[in-house]
Design a protein around this ligand. Structure first.
Ligand code: KG4
Ligand code: ZN
Length: 334
């Protein structure tokens, strides 16, 4: 089955065709991220306008073959951005008389782990979704059998990186900038500064990253860093922040994996492009001599793309009449 997917939840406009959930025929992504760099963050109205500008050129490029069904991200995301993809998908489903499948963006992120893959992902699995808007741990007993275990109580991991990046005077988005700065830090292992590991020992699967931002702000103020930018100090702050976030993500994911005795850990979301997170989560499984397989998508499929949406739709194939497809900015796992 060839599924054409459309993803427009935030600042990426993407269309893809995926065969049977794994074989990638096309995956076109246009991003307005550089535009948001100028404002240091996403202005929803600007993102929506860019979606309108990109959607037809992106669709034209992605449509390299005939298709059997359409999939579309219905949420969570920015309403103005979501509507562009949702209305485009509904129109095509009506005109071409094709089945249409609504997809939760967060479940889409998990399915980036299936795109272009041939080896089986074994269940049960723990999926950690770390993106700009979400940090969630879910238990997956099979396709469509997902239980939410916990998530962030305040800022998402990516959001924390973006806000702290801005505090440190780094370019937007903060995540990749913090990763780059960490590599140049005098203490790339994050030992330069001691930051809290919020909720690392709490008896649940929740996260909290907003306190970290306050701790960094305190350091910035104490050292008067905005007025006296010391690159090595900024880089050390970045490395210490990155390590604090990763320590919590790794600890909670491993705890969930052991509690539910899973066979796989699936990492996904924009923050999953972080090399240190990828390496440390993988090595923590080996260090703890757990017989758990670790999966993470190639970096270009960690950030928002339509291929993952097509894959999610294939493995959870529940088409509904196009008249009932509506954008839902607040959609969650629960
Ligand atoms: O999944 P995504 O592309 O969009 C959302 O659904 O939110 O995630 C974007 C987030 C941003 O917060 C960005 O700073 C973060 O992912 N990010 C990273 C890296 N690349 C992107 N965070 C840490 N390290 C990276 N290499
Ligand atoms: Zn996303």
């Amino acid at each position: 089955m060839r599924i054409l997917a459309i993803e427009t939840s935030c600042d990426e406009t993407s269309a893809a065709i995926v065969v049977n959930g794994t074989k990638l025929l096309s995956n076109i992504v246009a991003s307005s991220v550089t535009l948001h760099g100028k404002t240091g963050g996403i202005v929803p109205e600007v993102a929506a306008r860019e979606q309108v500008r990109y959607i037809i050129p992106v669709m034209k490029k992605a449509l390299t073959s005939s298709i059997d069904a359409i999939a579309v991200t219905i949420g969570p995301g920015l309403i103005g951005s979501l509507l562009v993809g949702v209305e485009t998908a509904k129109t095509l489903a009506y005109v071409w008389d094709k089945p249409i499948v609504p997809v939760n963006h967060l479940i889409g992120h998990i399915y980036a782990n299936w795109v272009k893959q041939t080896t089986a992902r074994t269940f049960p699995a723990i999926a950690l979704v770390v993106s700009g808007g979400h940090t969630d741990l879910v238990l997956m007993k099979g396709h469509g059998r997902i239980t939410w275990l916990g998530g962030t109580r305040d800022d998402a991991a990516g959001e924390a990186f973006d806000k702290i990046g801005r505090l440190l005077g780094l370019p937007y988005p903060g995540g990749p900038a913090i990763e780059k700065a960490s590599e140049r830090a005098p203490h790339p292992d994050g030992t330069g500064f001691t930051f809290p590991r919020p909720m690392i020992d709490s008896d649940d699967f929740d996260f909290s990253f907003s306190g970290l931002k306050t701790a960094v702000l305190r350091e910035v103020k104490v050292r008067n860093l905005t007025m006296n930018h010391e690159p090595s100090t900024i880089n050390d702050l970045a490395a210490s922040v990155q390590q604090a976030v990763i320590d919590v993500l790794v600890a909670k994911t491993l705890k969930a994996a052991q509690k539910f005795n899973v066979k796989s850990i699936l990492l996904s979301g924009g923050v999953a492009a972080n090399e240190t997170l990828r390496e440390q989560l993988k090595s923590s499984i080996i260090d703890n001599t757990l017989s758990i397989k670790f999966f993470v998508p190639p970096k270009n499929l960690c950030s928002d793309n339509a291929a993952m949406i097509a894959s999610a739709a294939f493995f959870n194939y529940h088409p509904i009449p196009w008249q009932r497809i509506t954008a839902d900015p607040e959609l969650s796992f629960a």
